[in-house]
Ligand binder design. Sequence first.
Ligand code: GLU
Length: 420
Amino acid sequence: MAADVTRPTNVLESALRQLDDAAALIDLDPDVHAKLSKPRRALTVSIPTHMDDGSVQVFTGFRVQHNMDRGPCKGGIRYHPCVTLEEVTALAMWMTWKCAVVNIPYGGGKGGVICDPHAMSDRELEDLTRRFVSELIEIIGPDRDIPAPDVNTDQRIMGWVMDTYSMQMGYSVPAIVTGKPIAIGGSLGRAKATGRGIVFVTREALKTRAIPIEGARVALQGFGKVGSAFAEIICDLGAKLVAVSDVSGGVFNDGGLSVSDLRAYTLEHEVIEGFGGGEPITNAELLALECDVLVPAALENVLTAENAGDVRARVVVEGANGPTTPEAHHVLVDRDVFVVPDILANAGGVTVSYFEWCQGIQKLFWSEREVDRRLEGVMVNAFHEVHECARRLNTDMRNAAMALAVERVAGAIAARGACA
Ligand code: GLU
C-alpha cells in the first residue's frame, strides 16, 4: 500500500495546546506544567541496514520517553516515511495521558523509524528492527520502557524486538515488549483490543445521546488493525457500517457494508479501492457523511479547521492518535458533536498491553474471555470517570480526559516529592 506522505506534522503544537488548556482548567502548578511540557528523554539513532541489493542504507529512528512518574514508559513503535522527532514526542506525551486516563501504572513513550515498510522485504525489516532495538538497549527494559506495535508494525516485529533484547540479556524476557506473538508470551485478545475498546466507549457515548447501537450508522476512516477489528465487533452488536476508507479512497453503502467481504478484499488487494460492495467515495466525503458515529482510525490531523464544519456525525470517536486539530475540536464542540478523545477512545490497546505485561511477569496466562471482560471494565469505568469530570468541570470530554490525566500525573509527582 502506498504511504500517505501528505499529512502535516504540527502535532506537537497540538499536544502542547491541549496540555495548556488542561493546566488552566485544574490550576496546575507552573513548575509541574513546565516539566510535563518536555519529554524526560529523547534519543535519535542511526540504523545501518543491509538491503537485499547488497547496499547498506542508514535509517533514522527515535525513542522518546515523556514521563515515568507513574511507572515505566509505555508506547508503540511506528514505521513511516514521515515520522519526525516532534511527532514521536507528541505521541509519547499522549501515551502518558492515555495510561493515566485508564489508570494503568505507566508513563508515556513512543518510538519511530523513518522508513517505508511497504517498500522493504521481510529480511530488511528484520535487520532494521534488530539494529534499532540494539541501539535502544540502554534505555528500554520491562521496568523502564516497554515498546509495542503502532502504525505499520505488528506482532511479528514485536517478536524480533523480544528476541533481540532477550539475546542481549542471555535469557527470555517476555515483558520487554507487548503485542508479541502468543507463542512467546503474547496475550489472547491483544490483537483486537484497540478496536474492541473503541466499541465499548462508542456504546457508552451513544447512550449519552440516546442513540441505540442497534442500527447506528457508522462511518470509519482507516481499515488497518484497529479499524477492521472495530468494524467487525460493532457490526456484531447490530451497528451498520455505511462507509469505510483508507489511503486509496473509500466505499459507501447505505444498506451497510459486509466487514468479512471487506477483510477478504483488503487481504488480497491491500487497499479498499476497487471493492465492489458499494459506491466509491473520497475521504473528504466520508468525513462529511450523515451518520451517527464517525471514527477516524488512521493518522493525525484529518479533522481540521477547514473540514470540521462539514462533519454531520452526532458522535466522533477518535480511534487514531491525534486525528483532530485543536481548532477542529472547538468547531465540533461548538456544534454539539459528542467527541470521545483519542487518549480515552483508543486506550484499549495499551490496556491489554498492560494485561500482557502482568501475565508475562507472573507467567500466568488468562483466557480471552477474562482479557475481554477486564478490558470492558477498564474502558467503561474510564469513560464514566471522564464523563463525570466533564460534568464537574463544565467542559467537554477532551478537556476532561486531559484534566483527569494531568491531575493523576501531577498527583504522582507530588506523592514522590520529586522536584518538578
Ligand atoms: N500503539 C498503541 C497506542 O498508541 C499501543 C501502545 C501499547 O500497547 O503500548 O496506544
